[in-house]
Design a protein around this ligand. Structure first.
Ligand SMILES: NC(=O)c1ccc[n+]([C@@H]2O[C@H](COP(=O)([O-])OP(=O)(O)OC[C@H]3O[C@@H](n4cnc5c(N)ncnc54)[C@H](OP(=O)(O)O)[C@@H]3O)[C@@H](O)[C@H]2O)c1
Length: 253
């Protein structure tokens, strides 16, 4: 699974999504994250087709809306919109009490049929992952959750890594809001990088897969330039301290 992907939530179907995916593929992204609920799978598929890249070179994720009770029917619809024979990763978009275990068993059978090469979940905390572990035979390959220096979910991250579940960071730029934070901008200026690169690099160094969204070509490009520098331990700790998930904003250093 490529450690960097393009997220396409809130991109309009049609030109905006097609263009962004095309720019991302040109910039070297080989991983696209969509969902049935984003209503742009068809545009992702159109851009993939136009790129002429071999299917096996692009990792495509889509997600099942858990209120639909037939995962097979929903995946078939997603595949038809994407114009693909299989997805690389199929996720349950969020946990829904009472139906998750049943949906998960359906996903297992979709994986056995090779319609989804890997299966996983999104927005699952440790309790829900544990419940899945007790009730089913296979653990999710991936858990996609909100993760950025402002949502540093250390215990969930550690749990996923211990259980060999890939930890995938959504909203890794804090939906664009984190980019003006003075701590982030100070580190960025000191290292001659963009604030987005600093936030993405922080997540990658915590072993997360990142899927930033941008519809702008220059940002799509610069968000992918993450592999020629490293954050020092001291900078990692400074960014770790921005966490506000426990409800108490810690002192900014
Ligand atoms: N599983 C889930 O429940 C779930 C929930 C949320 C998101 N996701 C996935 O995660 C992906 C990313 O999360 P997200 O879309 O919430 O937010 P994000 O990637 O954290 O931030 C996107 C925002 O940052 C801006 N941006 C991107 N690069 C920038 C840069 N270099 N400089 C300045 N601004 C920049 C974008 O604006 P422009 O487009 O104008 O550049 C957009 O407003 C989604 O697209 C989706 O695929 C999954």
């Amino acid at each position: 699974m490529p450690v960097l992907g393009l997220g396409v939530w809130q991109m309009a179907a049609g030109g905006e999504t097609e263009q962004a995916v095309e720019w991302a593929l040109e910039a070297g992204y080989r991983h696209i994250d969509t969902a049935s609920v984003y209503r742009n799978e068809q545009s992702v598929g159109a851009a993939l087709k136009r790129s002429s890249l071999p299917r096996e070179q692009v990792f495509v994720t889509t997600k099942l809306l858990p209120t639909h009770l037939s995962a097979a029917r929903e995946l078939e619809k997603s595949l038809s919109r994407l114009g693909l024979d299989y997805v690389d990763l199929y996720l349950i978009h969020w946990p829904l009490p009472l139906v998750t275990a049943r949906l998960w068993r359906q996903l297992e059978s979709l994986q056995e049929r090779r319609l989804a090469r890997a299966i996983g979940v999104s927005n699952f905390g440790r309790g829900r992952l544990d419940a899945l572990k007790r009730g089913t035979s296979r653990m999710p390959a991936v858990n996609q959750v909100q993760f950025s220096p402002f949502h540093y979910r250390r215990r969930l991250l550690d749990y996923c890594l211990e259980q060999a579940i890939v930890f995938e960071a959504y909203s890794p730029l804090d939906r664009g809001q984190g980019l003006q934070d003075p701590t982030i901008t100070a580190v960025a200026e000191r290292l001659g990088r963009t604030p987005a690169q600093i936030m993405l690099r922080w997540a990658i160094q915590h072993q997360a897969v990142v899927i930033p969204k941008s519809s702008q070509q220059q940002r799509i490009r610069s968000n992918s330039q993450l592999f020629d520098f490293e954050l020092a331990d001291t900078d990692m700790r400074i960014l770790d301290a921005l966490d506000r998930t426990n409800g108490t904003a810690r002192a900014r250093r």
